[in-house]
Design a protein around this ligand. Structure first.
Ligand SMILES: [Zn+2]
Length: 275
């Protein structure tokens, strides 16, 4: 008698198929099944950006504006530094985002959403500064001293989502709301000490409470250094952002606890951590 549920076990499936085929490609098959069970699928892009992406498979992701992007690129290699500098669309989903609690610090080099394929963001939000800025609008953001205006992209309704987030934060108790002060959004700039564009360059990111939050680089000299996790951002704010498609930099081993960015592909049902 096989235990119930065994047919859903990729190891068991691979074993059964081996006894049937006795083929040469078992290693590949096992790896393939493991990949399916451990990593997100291209579908996450369609689920995440239903108004901007028309198709996605293991070869390419096609945008409504006609741009076709490769799912996998040759430049995406093995070391951490290579991954962080040359991610691709497959790698962008390779670490699953967990929108639950944060009872344990993120494991070593676990940065869901931080491995990015820059041409994807350029294709969605604008290929250069001029094109990106054409897509910016300003939204009102409530602070304890009154409303301020923040520039943000209108592509994919990101402006409306961030506005709603601001309204929901404004209903929180003052002890939480103080963590949404000092907000900044758009700035065309590279990430500190790199030549990669920051997500702030596309008008899809926001930083909160910059003087009271924590950034890994203030403590560690290099990407592969061993860093102690720190955070003071309340989860009440984090959960509001996640509900509207924004991920939080406080879930990264390379923590950036002031930082939120619009990455709905990581929050698509098929792609969320199944913990
Ligand atoms: Zn930021």
């Amino acid at each position: 008698m096989k235990p119930l549920g065994e047919s859903f076990n990729p190891f068991f499936m691979a074993y059964s198929i081996e006894s049937f085929y006795k083929g040469q490609d078992m290693k590949l098959l096992v790896l393939g099944l493991l990949a399916v069970s451990l990593y997100a699928t291209p579908q996450c892009y369609i689920q995440g950006y239903p108004s901007l992406i028309t198709s996605a498979n293991e070869t390419a992701v096609t945008l409504k504006n006609g741009t076709i992007l490769p799912y996998h690129t040759q430049s995406a290699k093995g070391t951490w530094d290579e991954k962080i500098n040359n991610g691709d669309l497959e790698m962008q989903l390779s670490q699953r985002y967990d929108a639950g609690g944060i009872d344990t610090p993120p494991p070593y080099l676990f940065d869901p959403g931080r491995l990015r394929y820059q041409p994807f963001f350029q294709a969605l939000y604008g290929k250069d500064q001029k094109e990106i800025e054409k897509n910016l609008v300003t939204i009102e953001w409530a602070t304890l001293k009154g409303k301020i205006k923040l520039p943000v992209t209108k592509i994919g309704g990101v402006d409306k989502k961030l506005f709603t987030i601001g309204q929901e934060i404004a209903k929180l108790p003052k002890s939480d709301r103080i963590w949404a002060e000092g907000a900044t959004t758009y700035a065309y700039r590279v990430i500190k000490d790199t030549d990669r564009l920051s997500m702030h360059s596309f008008g899809i990111a926001i930083d909160l409470a910059p003087t009271k939050t924590q950034y890994w680089k203030d403590e560690a000299p290099s990407e592969t250094a061993h860093i102690g996790y720190r955070n003071t951002m309340p989860m009440s704010i984090v959960h509001i952002f996640e509900k509207h498609g924004f991920i939080w930099g406080g879930r990264w081993y390379h923590y950036d606890t002031m930082h939120f960015e619009y990455r709905p592909e990581l929050l698509a049902p098929e792609c969320l951590s199944q913990k």
